[in-house]
Design a protein around this ligand. Structure first.
Ligand code: HAM
Length: 402
């Protein structure tokens, strides 16, 4: 027997209904905020992720589904959505035109991580990316949009924010941090590697020994330039004004290398160790880094599987019809009726020869509002038997009135 691969799963009803409900709800809100849908390929050149997500990240270092295809191209399954959207933005020359563009997307992402609750190898994200707006109010808008999505889905959260600085304050802070790291002996292998590639990422290390060694590490938040400091203050005051509770986490650095300035994460205390339900931030250097014209950008992505555990679906009401034949002779008319009624209604059916009781049971399980049956009697009188499964009312009506 062949099973799905480890860390990958099927999404079947009723979970698939929750999945669709989430996508529909978030898409509607993203459109209200002026984002348009974008679909980019799942397979991209490996270099795209190496240059954007970054060599120092776990994603590129350890988790890529990378292979050489039949044309000798080095390709990989996308581990996240931002890089592909940035590539598309540049490929369409929107950067050269200096256009402001807002996109949203959803679909599967792939990371070869150790599977556990809330951590899959194929998982799904819903994300949004905004290009061309350098004002921190766009960062605030992205956070408010996420809040609107979580509220619509009935999901509670804690918001953590930080500022990672910009090219005018980051390099100086980096030097200060590296000097500090040189005084620390016994850092884990990952931290030793990050010390050379992207030192700020050491602050994110989960190793308990590193956490102790780095307890009094200098923090970027204390080394921001005037502009970054002002922007961070504006962001906080907008969040205060709009009643969005947040915690400043000066060690929040995110697991991807492309961020600058605003970084944020939404966490939930209700889903266990893998508590990050969404993350994002500003990435003003990425378009240029991928050979485009410098364009400010900010975005986020949420993990759909993690959120599915938390979504409160609205009470569903009975909907549509179940139409069945009680004798072979009625099958033809039932087939026609089902086809006709489907033009305006949701209609389910069964061709199995079952008693009225068993058809009623099936209709009830399918949660339709009406069960309609045609037997010998109804056929002779050109009528249908119909039961409202909500009010329990039963009646026989003329076929021409159905
Ligand atoms: P990320 O923090 O790597 O950011 O992923 C975003 C969300 O995807 C996480 O908060 C989590 O909910 C979910 N997620 C990540 N890995 C897994 C996994 N193995 N299994 C299940 N869920 C997972 C990004 O991907 C950035 N591209 C976000 C972004 C967009 N930043 C700017 N624009």
């Amino acid at each position: 027997m062949i099973n799905a691969l480890r860390g990958m799963k099927d999404t079947l009803s009723p979970h698939s209904e929750t999945y669709l409900y989430m996508i529909k709800t978030c898409s509607r809100i993203a459109e209200q905020y002026g984002f348009s849908f974008v679909e980019t390929p799942i397979l991209e050149e490996t270099a795209l992720f190496k240059r954007s997500v970054g060599e120092s990240s776990d994603i590129v270092g350890k988790e890529m589904y990378q292979f050489i295809d039949k044309g000798e191209n080095d390709v990989c399954l996308r581990p996240e959505g931002t890089a592909g959207v940035v590539r598309a933005f540049i490929q369409q020359k929107y950067d050269k035109a200096g256009e402001k563009r807002r996109f949203f997307y959803h679909g599967p992402m792939f990371r070869y991580e150790r599977p556990q609750k809330g951590r899959l190898r194929q998982f799904h994200q819903f994300g949004a990316e905004s290009f061309g707006e350098s004002d921190v109010r766009e960062d605030a808008t992205i956070i408010l949009m996420l809040k609107a999505m979580f509220e619509a889905l009935g999901i509670g959260f804690t918001l953590e924010i930080n500022s990672l600085g910009c090219p005018s304050c980051m390099p100086q802070y980096r030097t200060t941090l590296v000097k500090f790291l040189e005084t620390r002996e016994g850092l884990c292998e990952d931290c030793e590697r990050r010390k050379l590639t992207n030192p700020i990422r050491v602050l994110d290390c989960k190793n308990e020994h590193c956490k102790v060694l780095l307890a009094d590490a200098p923090l970027i938040i204390d080394h921001l330039c005037v502009t970054c400091k002002e922007d961070f203050t504006t962001l906080k005051s907008i969040l205060d004004q709009f009643g969005v509770a947040y915690v400043v986490n000066p060690k929040l650095v995110r697991g991807l290398d492309y961020y600058s300035k605003t970084a944020f994460e939404f966490v939930s205390s209700e889903i266990g160790a893998q508590s990050a339900i969404a993350g994002g931030g500003r990435y003003d250097r990425l378009v240029e880094f991928l050979d485009g014209k410098a364009t400010p950008a900010v975005g986020f992505a949420m993990g759909i599987e993690r959120l599915m555990e938390l979504v409160k679906m609205p009470e569903s009401s009975r909907e549509g019809y179940y139409i069945a034949a009680l004798c072979d002779g009625a099958k033809e008319i039932v087939f026609k009726l089902v086809d006709e009624k489907r033009k305006t209604e949701k209609v389910l059916t069964s061709y199995a020869s079952k008693s009225l009781q068993n058809h009623l049971k099936a209709a009830d399980k399918l949660y339709v509002k009406f069960c309609v049956c045609i037997g010998e009697d109804e056929l002779a009188k050109q009528s249908v038997w119909i039961k409202d499964l909500e009010s329990k009312e039963e009646k026989i009506i003329n076929l021409s009135h159905f």
